[in-house]
Design a protein around this ligand. Structure first.
Ligand SMILES: *Cc1c(COP(=O)(O)O)cnc(C)c1O
Length: 393
C-alpha cells in the first residue's frame, strides 16, 4: 500500500539544482553539499491537518505526507518519536525562567533522537534497494543505524573512534553490526566508510551526506508545534554536532508555515546552538561571521554527540542561527556535568551530557540578559544518560 508521502524531488541546498528522488544519492552531484527533500505541500496540506492528526499513530510517522517513504511495507519503525514535552516547573523556578520545557528524546528506541533519522534513512535505503549500510559515528548514530538495519534485515558496518564508550560499542555488537574501531575521530571514521563505499558498494548513511536522516529529525519541529497547540517557544536550545536536528527543525517550521499549520506571520523561535568548548567549530564560525566552519583540531569532549570537528551542513546551521536572530554558545564539560545533575534532580529525567549542555547554555544566556525570565524556552535532551553511565561511575 502507498503511503501519503508527497515527496517530489531532491534539491541541492547550495545551488538549488533538482534531482529525481527515486534513485540512490548521497551529496548533491552539483556541489558536494547536502540534498534536501522537497514535497508537494499544497497536496500535503489537504490531508495533514490539525484535525486528522488527532487520530493518527503515536510516533513520528504520523506526519507521513512530509516524510519520504512511498510504500507502507518499507517503513522500518521501532516506536520512534512522539516523545514527551515536559514543563520543567521546579527547574524553571531554580534558574529564574518559569516557562522552561524539555523535549525529552531519551525514550526513543536506542535511547536517543538518532532513532528518528535512522528510521527514515534505513526505510528509504530499503525502498531504493540498498544492499548494505555503513556509518561513521562517535556514539548514538551507530547504535540507531544498527537497530534499524537489524529490523530491516540489512547488513550494517559501523566505524567508531577507538575510545568510544563501551555501551555504544556493545549495543552495535548486540545488534549484529560489523564494528571497526578507528584510531582517530569521526571524520577519520568517515574516510574508512568512503573506502568501503568504493570497494564494497556500501551505502553511506553519514549525517547530511544522505538526504533522509534530516527528514526524520525534522519531525521534532512538527511535534514541538503540535504539542504546544500550534504555537512556538521564544527560544530553542539545541546541542549541535552535525546539526541535522537544528537544520531539520528549521525546515519543519518552513514547511508548516507553507502548509498553513502555523500562521505565516508567526514569530519564529530564536535558535541557539550549543557545543563543548573542546569542540566548537560552529560556535566559533558563527561569532567570526563565517558561513563555513574550519575543522576543529584536537576535538575532545565527554559529549560524544558533539564530538564532530567538521560538519558538511555547517552553512545550513549558521544560516538558521542568523535567520532566527539566534546565537551560539560554548560550555565546558564540567558545566555539562553540573547542569546534567541539576536537570536530573529537578525533573527526574536522566539526561545525556548533551542535554545538560542545553541547560548550561540557558543559564548563561539568562545571566547575559539574552533570555528574559518570562520567555518560553525549549531545551532538547537528545538522549539518555544511561549510555554515558561511565561519567557518573
Ligand atoms: C548526535 C547527537 C547530537 C548532535 O546531533 P546533530 O543533530 O547531529 O547535531 C546531540 N546529542 C546526542 C545525544 C547525539 O547523539
Amino acid at each position: 500500500m502507498q503511503t501519503l508521502s508527497t515527496l517530489t524531488h531532491l534539491e541541492c541546498s547550495y545551488t538549488g539544482a533538482t534531482y529525481e528522488p527515486h534513485q540512490i544519492l548521497n551529496l548533491s552531484p552539483a556541489s558536494g553539499k547536502p540534498l534536501l527533500a522537497r514535497y508537494d505541500l499544497i497536496r500535503a496540506a489537504a490531508t495533514l491537518t490539525k484535525e486528522s492528526l488527532k487520530s493518527r499513530r503515536r510516533d513520528m510517522w504520523r506526519y507521513e505526507e512530509v516524510l519520504p517513504v512511498q510504500e507502507q511495507q518499507h517503513i522500518v519503525a521501532l516506536g520512534e518519536g512522539w516523545t514527551p514535552l515536559v514543563h520543567a516547573k521546579r527547574l524553571g523556578e531554580q534558574i529564574g525562567c518559569r516557562n522552561t520545557f524539555i523535549k525529552d528524546e531519551s525514550p526513543n528506541p536506542t535511547g536517543s533522537f538518532k532513532a528518528r533519522g535512522q528510521s527514515t534513512a534505513v526505510s528509504r535505503a530499503l525502498e531504493l534497494g540498498v544492499k548494505a549500510l555503513a556509518v561513521p559515528s562517535a556514539g548514538n548514530a551507530a547504535g540507531a543505524m544498527s537497530a534499524y538495519a537489524a529490523a530491516a534485515g540489512l547488513p550494517a558496518h559501523v566505524f567508531m573512534p577507538q575510545d568510544v564508550p563501551l555501551t555504544f560499542r556493545a549495543e552495535c555488537n548486540a545488534l549484529g553490526a560489523a564494528v571497526t574501531l578507528v584510531n582517530g575521530l569521526i571524520n577519520d571514521c568517515g574516510v574508512k566508510v568512503c573506502e568501503g563505499v568504493t570497494q564494497y558498494g556500501w551505502f553511506d548513511v553519514s549525517t547530511l551526506k544522505e538526504p533522509y536522516r534530516l527528514e526524520g529529525k525534522k519531525t521534532m519541529g512538527y511535534e514541538l508545534a503540535e504539542q504546544m497547540d500550534w504555537a512556538l517557544p521564544d527560544v530553542i536550545i539545541y546541542p549541535a554536532g552535525g546539526g541535522t536536528g537544528l537544520i531539520g527543525i528549521w525546515k519543519a517550521f518552513d514547511e508548516m508555515q507553507e502548509m498553513g499549520l502555523l500562521p505565516a506571520a508567526i514569530k519564529r523561535p530564536r535558535m541557539v546552538c550549543v557545543q563543548s568548548d573542546g569542540c566548537a567549530p560552529i560556535v566559533k564560525a558563527f561569532h567570526d561571521g563565517q558561513e563555513h566552519a574550519p575543522l576543529w583540531e584536537g576535538a575532545k569532549t565527554i559529549a560524544d554527540g558533539l564530538r564532530v570537528p567538521v560538519a558538511v551542513g555547517d552553512f545550513l546551521m549558521i544560516r538558521a542561527l542568523h535567520a532566527s536572530a539566534g546565537t551560539a554558545v560554548m560550555v565546558s564539560d564540567a558545566e555539562m556535568m553540573e547542569y546534567s545533575n541539576q536537570l536530573a534532580r529537578a525533573t527526574g529525567i536522566f539526561p545525556a551530557p548533551e542535554g545538560g549542555a542545553c541547560l548550561a547554555a540557558q543559564v548563561k544566556l539568562i545571566e547575559q540578559g539574552w533570555i528574559q525570565p518570562d520567555e518560553t524556552v525549549v531545551l532538547f535532551n537528545t538522549g539518555t544518560g544511561l549510555k554515558y553511565a561511565h561519567l557518573w561511575a
